[in-house]
Design a protein around this ligand. Structure first.
Ligand SMILES: Cc1cc2nc3c(=O)[nH]c(=O)nc-3n(C[C@H](O)[C@H](O)[C@H](O)COP(=O)(O)OP(=O)(O)OC[C@H]3O[C@@H](n4cnc5c(N)ncnc54)[C@H](O)[C@@H]3O)c2cc1C
Length: 290
């Protein structure tokens, strides 16, 4: 059945009014942003809600990319296309453009949003892996005020986040550090498909050229997109070379938790986690040096 069950539709006029509606309607209501994840689930009757609150009218308030000296702030309603096309964002964090080039197709990218991607919390979501890699923080607003949580706190489980029924994700904050580089790589079965496996890497070099800090985020290889602390610990203080990329790849392959499915065997996915970790680290270091 490709038709959703009947629902009432409300257009949000402000963030506070949307929060008020969520409070009043409780778990029978859901926000709709791009609708590219929620509506297919409703059409398949995997999700049923009595009310949809459309937050697209808030794009003027929540659709922005603000590049500052210490951090980049991105509004939750910023669309994939806007992330793809922003030269300022690509200059600060090239990982966003790398990822957006391989997310879905132009139809999805024209409507789908950063906030919707993170709140969907699909373990294969590319932007979740990007934000995990960059050590981003999420700003969540409710009637009691705002709170800021790390990506680790944000993703509670598959399709489950720290955003309460009466709250809205409003902004993502990404810290900036000097001499940094980032990269993303994905293996997909055909263009625009969900990942077989994806990896992101972010590297910060010290003044002497060694790795001051690094993070790797993987998607589609476990119940959540995951950062891997053991890789960060292993890379810190090391000179960036093939030997350390190889060690990071080995850790990625054994720390992830893929399952065999129509996209590939568990063994193949572990091999990809290894290979993509090495590739993205190599690229991130090249970018940090330039
Ligand atoms: C054909 C197709 C291919 C795709 N391929 C890929 C791919 O390769 N890689 C990839 O990463 N993604 C892919 N996607 C998913 C796409 O990126 C979606 O845009 C994204 O998952 C959800 O964003 P949305 O704005 O459409 O969210 P919606 O569908 O509107 O919402 C998703 C969920 O988030 C909640 N939500 C939305 N915004 C907020 C907010 N601000 N605060 C609180 N809750 C909120 C909604 O209530 C809902 O539960 C694909 C989708 C399709 C249809």
């Amino acid at each position: 059945m490709q038709v959703p069950a009947p629902f009432e539709y409300e257009r949000a006029t402000s963030v506070d009014q949307a929060i008020g509606l969520l409070e009043r309607l409780g778990s029978s209501a859901r926000l709709v942003a791009g609708g590219h994840s929620l509506l297919p689930m409703m059409k398949l009757r995997l999700a049923n809600f009595e009310y949809l609150i459309d937050i697209n009218p808030l794009h003027d308030q929540l659709g922005y990319i603000r590049v500052g000296g210490d951090e980049v702030r991105i509004g939750a309603l910023t669309r994939h296309r806007e992330l793809l096309e922003s030269d300022e964002l690509a200059s600060a964090f090239p990982i966003f453009r790398d990822a957006e080039r391989v997310i879905a197709d132009p139809v999805v990218r024209n409507r789908g949003t950063l906030g919707g991607s993170l709140c969907q919390a699909d373990p294969s979501e590319d932007l979740s892996a990007v934000c995990t890699t960059l050590d981003a923080h999420c700003v969540i607003r409710g009637s009691r005020g705002e709170r800021v949580v790390s990506m680790e706190e944000f993703h509670v489980g598959p399709y489950e986040t720290a955003v309460g029924d009466d709250e809205i994700l409003i902004e993502i904050r990404v810290p900036r550090r000097p001499r940094s580089g980032s990269a993303y790589s994905k293996v997909e079965r055909r263009a625009g498909d969900w990942a077989v496996v994806s990896a992101g890497a972010s590297v910060w070099l010290g003044e002497d050229g060694t790795i001051a800090d690094a993070r790797v985020g993987l998607a589609a290889v476990g119940p959540n997109t995951t950062g891997i602390p053991e890789i960060s610990e292993t890379l810190r203080g090391q000179a960036p070379d093939e030997r350390v990329y190889e060690r990071a790849g080995e850790i990625a392959a054994r720390s992830c938790d893929p399952v065999t499915d129509q996209r590939g065997s568990e063994e193949y996915k572990r091999h990809l986690a290894d290979e993509l970790t090495r590739r993205t680290l190599r690229k991130a270091v090249e970018r940090a040096r330039s």
